[in-house]
Design a protein around this ligand. Structure first.
Ligand code: HEM
Length: 138
């Protein structure tokens, strides 16, 4: 991930996340509309969930220059998703498609193919790290 891609991610997130509560709500609404089978895996009260996801994306973007330092935390997050939350690796693809689409819609004119590509890369990086320890167990 080069500096240009990091800037594009920060720029588009800045515009997309002006109203993080709304963005979080839009994401889960879209996810469950498109993949109703995922809904039972999340807590019934989604408010905290929406907030946690938005906050962790913001934190991740602030730390893009020190992604290596976050690796341990990201791997632990992945372990919890595997052992406790029952999130299967194939769900991550569905989650990512809807997440990036929701951010793109919210970013509106502050979006481009290049920005989309940068988000795909960061999402792959994060979810590959989340799955790293799990794949070792298989
Ligand atoms: C469809 C796949 C997924 C399912 C079913 C799932 C499910 C869950 C559940 C049940 C929780 C705990 C909620 C709570 O008890 O408060 C959670 C927390 C969280 N999830 Fe996911 N998740 C999925 C994918 C992802 C992905 C791909 C990411 C990141 C890119 C992510 C990031 C987080 C974060 C940051 C938290 C809060 C921190 C924590 O509780 O450890 N989730 N998820």
């Amino acid at each position: 991930m080069n500096n240009q891609q990091k800037s594009l991610i920060a720029y588009s997130w800045h515009h997309a996340s002006k109203d993080p509560e709304k963005l979080g709500r839009q994401f889960y609404n879209k996810l469950f509309l498109r993949h109703p089978e995922l809904a039972p895996l999340f807590p019934k009260d989604l408010e905290a969930q929406q907030r946690k996801l938005m906050e962790s994306i913001s934190m991740l973007i602030l730390g893009l220059d020190e992604l290596d330092n976050m690796l341990e935390q990201i791997q632990e997050l992945g372990e919890r998703h595997h052992l406790v939350y029952q999130a299967k690796p194939e769900y991550y693809t569905l989650f990512g498609q809807v997440l990036i689409e929701t951010i793109a819609q919210a970013a509106n004119s502050h979006w481009s193919d290049e920005i989309e590509n940068a988000w795909q890369i960061i999402y792959q990086l994060v979810t590959n790290s989340m799955l790293m320890r799990i794949n070792k167990d298989l």
